[in-house]
Design a protein around this ligand. Structure first.
Ligand SMILES: *Cc1c(COP(=O)(O)O)cnc(C)c1O
Length: 426
């Protein structure tokens, strides 16, 4: 085909009654022109237009099958939601809701009230507030409690969490002044004591999250920090990052942090908690009230779908056994490896792959050193791109020239979908 053989937009779209046809045809023709100039035949333009129109109508945000073995995978939407949480979203989102209406009083209510009581019950805190995400929670807490004044942070905790989110930057944006305490590997309570003064507004502890300093290290216990904060009459804010509500090896729970003397504790809704994106702050009622009244609260507030999903998730935690069964993140974390092995075996049998021992990860900055024994089905590396292009896309891990499909982060049904995808891509 030569350039002069290309149809006009009119000719290409003549028999197609689609409002998107002209834009799509323009794109198809532009690509065809480039291909002809590069000496490539552009093929069937009508078929291409059809494809272009189909993909223009396909949702861009869609589900994928996570065969990476990383449970809280930041690039893959972090926590898959419990069914009970999704049910709340559908119920609340479908029609009107009492989001900011007090049904008993027939008057204006607060969107925060729907999750405050259950967060208090689950963590033992006096009060709670929920915002858009944990970075927002930190920004709000720092702005409300320390604007124009000093915040003490250990040099070992001035971390970058991911995607350029750095604790020192958030601090500066909140209007607070960062005072670095101690050294990268060793910080003692006495270092905080020495740095505290009349301009100190807050002591901040940041959970080290996605890394560990090993060897000659020292960090004060939270209770020691709480004692320093109390002596200087300033609050202690503990940013847990992941923040579990159930005991989980060495990942601190919000309850434990409050019990050790933190005045406020903040954590994400979509990491180990296994719920929707949210920034949860629990702790002293007078401090939470200052966060509620701060103008940034309005800018950072949680939306009704997130609140509905969060309430649906938190309700499961009232019965920890139920949470372990029904919160996908917890289920994947605690699943015994023989069950994962059986799933890998079934997948391997279905696609003619081999079972490989792998190491799953928690992800989301939690328990960075903890390795979850896991099993994958290994298939040929040439499937990587086709599986990504499949619907739904299948994302695995390439190792030693093979594609590993890790079965810790797949359900039984998803495993069957992966098997079908592998067959379709061969
Ligand atoms: C993940 C994380 C955050 C940010 O939480 P988002 O919910 O992603 O905004 C803040 N602090 C720590 C320690 C974290 O691990």
């Amino acid at each position: 085909m030569e350039l002069r053989d290309l149809p006009s937009i009119d000719e290409l779209t003549r028999s197609i009654g689609d409002p998107l046809a002209v834009t799509a045809a323009r794109a198809v023709l532009a690509r065809a022109r480039e291909e002809i100039q590069a000496g490539v035949d552009p093929g069937d333009l009508a078929a291409r237009l059809e494809q272009e129109l189909t993909s223009a109508r396909a949702p861009a945000l869609r589900r994928v099958l996570n065969a990476t073995g990383v449970i809280v995978h930041t690039n893959l939407g972090r926590a898959p939601l419990p069914v009970a949480a999704l049910d709340r979203v559908v119920e609340v989102g479908r029609g009107y809701s009492n989001l900011e209406y007090d049904v008993a009083e027939g008057a204006r209510g607060s969107r925060q009230d729907h999750v405050t009581a259950i967060l208090r019950r689950l963590t033992g805190a006096e009060s709670a507030i929920v915002v858009n995400n944990n970075a927002g929670a930190m920004l709000l807490a720092l702005a409300a409690l320390a604007e124009g004044r000093e915040v003490l942070v250990s040099r070992g905790e001035l971390i970058e969490i991911g995607d350029g989110f750095r604790i020192p930057d958030v601090l500066v944006r909140s209007g607070a002044k960062l005072v670095e305490v101690g050294t990268t590997n060793r910080t003692r309570a006495a270092d905080y004591e020495r740095a505290a003064g009349e301009h100190t507004a807050l002591v901040l502890r940041v959970h080290q999250s996605n890394f560990r300093v090993v060897g000659f290290t020292e960090q004060p216990a939270l209770a020691e920090l709480a004692a320093v904060a109390r002596r200087h009459d300033v609050p202690l804010l503990d940013d847990l990052g992941s923040g579990a509500l159930l005991d989980m090896s060495d990942e601190p729970t919000a309850q434990a942090s409050l019990a050790a003397g933190a005045d406020l504790v903040c954590f994400s809704g979509d990491k180990l908690l296994g719920g929707p994106q949210a920034g949860i702050v629990v702790g002293r009622a007078d401090l939470v009230e200052r966060l509620r009244r701060h103008p940034l609260h309005r800018a950072l507030r949680a939306d009704k779908l997130g609140l509905a999903a969060l309430e649906g998730t938190l309700l499961l935690y009232l019965d920890p056994e139920r949470a372990l069964r029904e919160v996908p993140v917890l289920r994947m974390l605690h699943e015994v490896s023989s069950v994962v092995h059986a799933r890998a075996e079934r997948l391997a049998n279905a696609v003619g792959g081999e079972i490989e021992e792998t190491v799953g990860r928690v992800g989301g900055g939690a328990l960075p050193l903890s390795e979850l024994p896991s099993f994958a089905c290994a298939v040929e590396e040439t499937l990587v791109a086709p599986l990504r292009a499949h619907e739904p896309p299948v994302i695995g891990i390439v190792r030693d020239g093979r594609l590993l499909l890790d079965c810790r982060t797949l359900t039984d049904d998803e495993c069957d979908e992966v098997a079908a995808a592998v067959h379709a891509c061969r």
